[in-house]
Design a protein around this ligand. Structure first.
Ligand code: ADP
Length: 160
């Protein structure tokens, strides 16, 4: 039976920190589905279509990876995709509380799913989509933190 994992998130936009988690997860699973959150009440800088496009561009050479958007609960989406695992990344202590709560709730909602947390690599531990957007909006250089397509898209958004 093939091991399928979902890596859910906003990816608004994808950063090198996310990509590091994705690449490391490929040695653990046969297929990794990057699931882009498209739940209506949330406010994103990029549309789901734009976020999907940036992820696909950055990871198009990996045949183990699929990229899709989803609405509703991650655990329900995982069932539909026949995935037994959810991957999440962990950075500082500040991530822990939220991730722990989500972990317990998702386990309640679907006890069969296993949720795997991968620690950030030290060199990406300070990276988040929000900080990238903030730096880019204020005219800072982000080329070392995101794929080239994301850099271009942010440049277009902020007109710099
Ligand atoms: P969400 O809104 O679901 O938190 P994000 O796109 O911000 O979506 O993050 C998706 C997942 O990736 C989360 O588990 C987050 O902790 C993790 N993540 C984000 N940036 C990094 C990073 N630099 N290193 C490791 N994990 C990360």
């Amino acid at each position: 039976m093939s091991k399928i994992a979902i890596y859910p998130g906003s990816f608004d936009p994808i950063t090198n920190g996310h990509i590091d988690i994705i690449k490391r997860s490929l040695s653990l699973f046969d297929k990794v589905i990057i699931a882009v959150d498209d739940n209506p009440p949330r406010k994103f800088l990029f549309t789901a279509k734009e976020r999907l496009k940036m992820i696909k561009e950055a990871l198009n050479s990996y045949t183990q990876i699929e990229v899709e958007s989803f609405q509703g609960l991650v655990v329900n989406y995982a069932r539909v995709k026949e995935a037994s695992f959810i991957i999440r990344g962990l950075r500082a202590l500040s991530d822990f509380e939220y991730e722990f709560q989500m972990y317990l709730m998702n386990k309640k909602l679907n006890p069969e799913i296993e949720i795997i947390h991968l620690m950030t690599s030290q060199k990406y531990s300070y990276l988040s989509s929000s900080i990238i957007k903030e730096i880019s909006r204020l005219g800072g250089i982000i080329k070392n933190f995101v794929p080239e397509g994301v850099r271009k898209s942010l440049q277009e958004k902020f007109g710099r």
